[in-house]
Design a binder for this molecule. Sequence first.
Ligand code: AMP
Ligand code: MG
Length: 388
Amino acid sequence: MVTIEEALRIIADQKINLKSETKPLEDALGYALANKAVSPFDVPEFDNSAMDGYALCGLYQQYKLVGEVAAGDSEAVLMNDGEAVRIFTGAKVPKNTSAVMMQEKTSVEASTLFLDEMPKAGQNVRKKGGQLTKGQEVFEQGHILNPPSLALMGSLGFEQLEVFLKPQVNIITTGNELVKPGQPKLEGQIYESNSYAIAGALQQFGFKHHQKIQIQDDFEATKAGIKAALESCDVLIISGGISVGDYDFVKQSLEKNGVKELFYKVFQKPGKPLYFGRKDNKFVFALPGNPASSLTCFYVYVLSLLQKLSGYRRAGLPTYQFPIKHGYENRFGRPSFLKAFVSEGNVAVLDGQGSSMIQSMAKGNALAFVDDGEKLNEGDLLTCKLIS
Ligand code: AMP
Ligand code: MG
């Protein structure tokens, strides 16, 4: 048995070889940059107008209007002292521009421009290199590409990016009692649901599963199923069959397949019988079958490994502290990840904390961490991992 910290440390300390590939910009969302990115030119590349209005030469309240520059125009416009040109947002300002006045604060009569107020030097001019200078580091290696990162890389002219590959994932569900939703179900059977949670959580964080395999509680079938699944993935996620029951064959099947245990059992609730192992460059998580345990272990542990294997600089769910709306005491006898709901800057621990109870998790949006025996009063800060 390991502690939560030890389990997370073991995952974080795994030595891995990252591989990269080239992706078109439009497919690169959620990937991590395989190399640091450097700006190939100044951004902006030229002084330009931040407003629709008038570029002014000299600082006065009245000018002679001598022309116009639109965004994208490349012809040089000349202005002399006391002259102004009509200009639009993003357009290159003429060489001797003192300021730009927004059009809402102007009026024009014939070819004379009148300003409602005195302009200030440099006003509404976006300076060359004001955001980035040529050669400046834009992103570190491992930067996770979010939508604004894609915009920035696009604005720097990159049409494809070298990114780290994401791991290939297979999912195995185990249990004689499990029936696929939509199929007839006999007395004593239940519908298989963990694979939907795991596949959904993978998708939520930009991962995909390759295969989803259902295996009966039988040693030979489990052994063969794991062997086949391992061949086509980097990370195998198994649900159920990892406890100590007579029908739990996952652990011995993993051993027989040459998977080395890195930890088994974590001192936590839910999800105590969590298993993590490795065979060469392939990793296996065996998650307890109870639906809330399985998904909690995915969010806390599996996700961290998947992100590490994707070359992310930061791995794991975003974690914040919020004041708790009510008193709470952890009497579970183990450090606990509690189904919780964060709203308006506060957090409430939800009813229905059982390991099999997925409804409270479905209605919540966070996993709140409360240590063994910890007692919180209303307003005390509670550490929450946001799951949606
Ligand atoms: P196990 O870890 O295999 O002992 O399963 C623990 C509990 O989780 C049992 O009540 C199982 O029926 C249930 N369970 C296991 N796998 C699934 C699954 N894929 N979908 C829904 N419930 C499951
Ligand atoms: Mg089972």
